[in-house]
Design a binder for this molecule. Structure first.
Ligand SMILES: Nc1ncnc2c1ncn2[C@@H]1O[C@H](COP(=O)(O)OP(=O)(O)OP(=O)(O)O)[C@@H](O)[C@H]1O
Length: 263
């Protein structure tokens, strides 16, 4: 369980980026949303100890982040940053994914097993010899996920994992996230993409000016006045509501609902 208890974060500039945020998450897909500057990144960085609370407490499966190093916490919480291409420096995918486990001092056999597993989970089987810089945006995004997964973290933080990707690449990333969820990982998705929230999230956490203003199911989130938070309802929902169908999560559900209504 990731547990955030009444966390305040004040940067050296005096900026109060988090003002008493509390939440918990387990093995689920939670979308962390909110306007620019609302505190999403600041909150996410508390979950793997990159930032420590000014006040309050953060625990990762009972480990207080103040009492553990980022290296220790990174085996529990993996953070995939935005624009991951700047992360790669090895000559091939195998070496890139093996880098983290190698630093853990694991045997060559165990390293290879982890790389194999991580590449499979990220839908990158058969990419061992590829050079990271020759890969597409979607492949790089999945490679970044594989690198973090090879540390076998229980929880994953994904920062805008589909931004800038075409539909096909996005859906590979989405498939990879679903697969991880079904294998017992908890995933925190930081995003401005409301279509992605609708498609993938099980729960939504909305921040506004450093405060948690909503924490609940996706359907309830989309019934909020999202304009007040600089967010837009997905087109799919606007169409389904216009058609009198109500809440749907995919084009397929919309079509089924319309077909059902017509019978
Ligand atoms: N290192 C820092 N020093 C001082 N202030 C910071 C620092 N990092 C972030 N802030 C401020 O803290 C507030 C929250 O920033 P944060 O990056 O957490 O927001 P965000 O919701 O992730 O925004 P975005 O959607 O733009 O990525 C903002 O006002 C930001 O300017």
């Amino acid at each position: 369980m990731l547990r955030v208890e009444n966390v305040w974060h004040v940067y050296e500039t005096g900026r109060e980026a988090l003002k008493g945020v509390s939440f918990e998450m387990g093995e689920e897909i939670v979308a962390l949303v909110g306007p620019n500057g609302s505190g999403k990144t600041t909150l996410a960085k508390h979950l793997n100890g990159l930032l420590k609370p000014t006040r309050g407490r953060v625990t990762v499966d009972g480990m207080d982040t103040r009492e553990h190093t980022v290296a220790e916490l990174s085996t529990k919480v993996g953070y995939v940053f935005q624009n991951p291409e700047h992360m790669f420096f090895e000559e091939n995918v195998f070496r890139e994914v093996a880098f983290g486990p190698r630093n853990l001092g694991l045997s060559e056999e165990e390293i290879e097993e982890r790389v194999r597993w991580a590449l499979r989970a990220a839908n990158l089987e058969g990419y061992w010899e590829r050079t990271p810089y020759s890969m597409s945006g979607g492949e790089k995004q999945r490679l970044a996920i594989a690198c973090v997964l090879a540390m076998k973290p229980k929880y994953l933080i994904l920062d805008e994992p589909t931004t800038g990707l075409d539909a096909r690449s996005s859906s590979s990333v989405i498939d990879a996230v679903r697969k991880l969820r079904s294998e017992g990982h908890g995933i925190l998705l930081i995003t401005h993409d409301m279509d992605l929230v609708l498609e993938l999230a099980e729960r939504v956490l909305l921040l506004h000016d450093g405060r948690k203003v909503f924490d609940g199911p996706v359907e309830e989130f989309f019934s909020l006045e999202l304009h007040d938070f600089g967010l837009e309802k997905p087109e799919l929902l606007r169409i389904s509501e216009g058609a009198g169908v109500g809440f749907v999560r995919s084009v397929r559900e919309l079509v089924d609902a319309l077909a059902g209504g017509a019978v």
